[in-house]
Write a protein that binds this ligand. Structure first.
Ligand code: DGY
Length: 321
């Protein structure tokens, strides 16, 4: 009997696919840092029973219309805004993501953005490497304290709660905004629920971890930045399109907020000439929220298990519901 056919849109470490390889035929795009061209995706999906995708692959109705035997799409990310889940479901395709295994690594990265931006870590490291360090100075590269300040977490899912646990260790006051209130987090983390604009007004650090949906698109707009303290630092480790970047640039230029730590952007990769990249109060990272070797291996293994389970006729471990 012919083995099911699985297309993987980016090169993954061999050991992560070895189990899946026992039961399916795998074709893997051979590049690690080069996205699969759209025409290859459109052609591969025609014959695929399973697809392992990256968050940078747009799986829209044009792609899905080409599928004839596809049963599962496993996205190597917790977010799945790159996939038209409704259209996939209508075709009987199960979409899976990789929650839980990346929670702590992504929270670590969000917290490092808070520290890096507040304490001017990147600017200071460049200062030393560029040979600019002539003498110790009382206010040389002085930043803002993080400990004992107020953090406002927008999007109190698993990653939001993990950021709150880290903030607790820094003796911070924790505010949160979420679609639904989280009574457990309110008790265990002493997190206080606030309306969105109230949270923005009171927070020293506003950390966005919200997924991208029609409701959250450009939720951080001109009005939102104007509600923040002029000493506030905005951190985004969720999705770039939840921010109106022109409004963010204006807020930074007008000193309506003090800085921004960004792991995600409207357009990824961000253009080198983008105004945000020339601002020294901005720390910009290339969407590396979950990028530790250990976590990426676990994500790849989970994605492969989801494909294997679906193709074996079992339920997926982490389907998108
Ligand atoms: C995700 O998994 O959605 C994150 O953005 C990865 O860093």
């Amino acid at each position: 009997m012919q083995k099911p056919y699985v297309f993987i849109t980016r090169k993954l470490p061999k050991e992560t696919i070895s189990q899946l390889e026992q039961i399916v035929e795998i074709n893997m795009w051979p590049h690690e840092e080069e996205a699969v061209p759209r025409e290859v995706l459109l052609s591969e999906i025609k014959k695929a029973d399973g697809l392992l995708t990256m968050l940078s692959d747009k799986i829209d109705s044009e792609v899905l219309n080409e599928a004839s035997s596809l049963k599962v799409i496993a996205n190597l990310a917790v977010g799945y805004d790159n996939i038209d889940v409704k259209a996939a479901k209508q075709k009987g395709i199960t979409v899976c993501n990789t929650p839980d295994v990346l929670t702590d690594s992504t929270a670590d990265l969000a917290f490092s953005l808070i520290l890096a931006t507040a304490r001017r870590i990147v600017e200071s490291a460049n200062f030393v490497k560029e040979g600019k360090w002539n003498s110790w100075g009382p206010l040389l590269l002085a930043g803002a304290d993080v400990h004992h300040k107020t953090i406002g977490i927008v999007g109190m899912g698993r990653i939001g709660e993990a950021v709150a646990r880290r903030a607790k260790g820094f003796d911070m006051k924790i505010l949160y905004h979420n679609r639904k209130r989280k009574p457990n987090a309110e008790v265990s983390l002493s997190a206080e629920y606030k309306e969105f604009h109230e949270l923005l007004k009171q927070s020293d650090f506003v950390v966005s971890l919200i997924p991208l949906t029609p409701e959250t698109k450009e939720m951080f707009n001109r009005e939102a930045f104007q509600s923040m303290k002029d000493s506030a630092i905005f951190v985004n480790a969720g999705r770039g399109a939840t921010v109106d970047e022109s409004a963010l640039i204006e807020a930074l230029k007008n000193k309506e907020i003090a800085g921004a730590g960004l792991d995600v952007f409207q357009q990824e990769p961000i253009d080198i000439d983008h105004p945000l990249l020339s601002m020294k109060q901005v720390v910009a990272l290339p969407h590396i929220g979950s990028a530790s070797v250990e976590t990426r291996m676990k994500m790849a293994e989970l994605a492969c298990r989801n494909i294997r389970n679906i193709l074996d006729g079992k339920g997926a471990e982490t389907p998108v519901t």
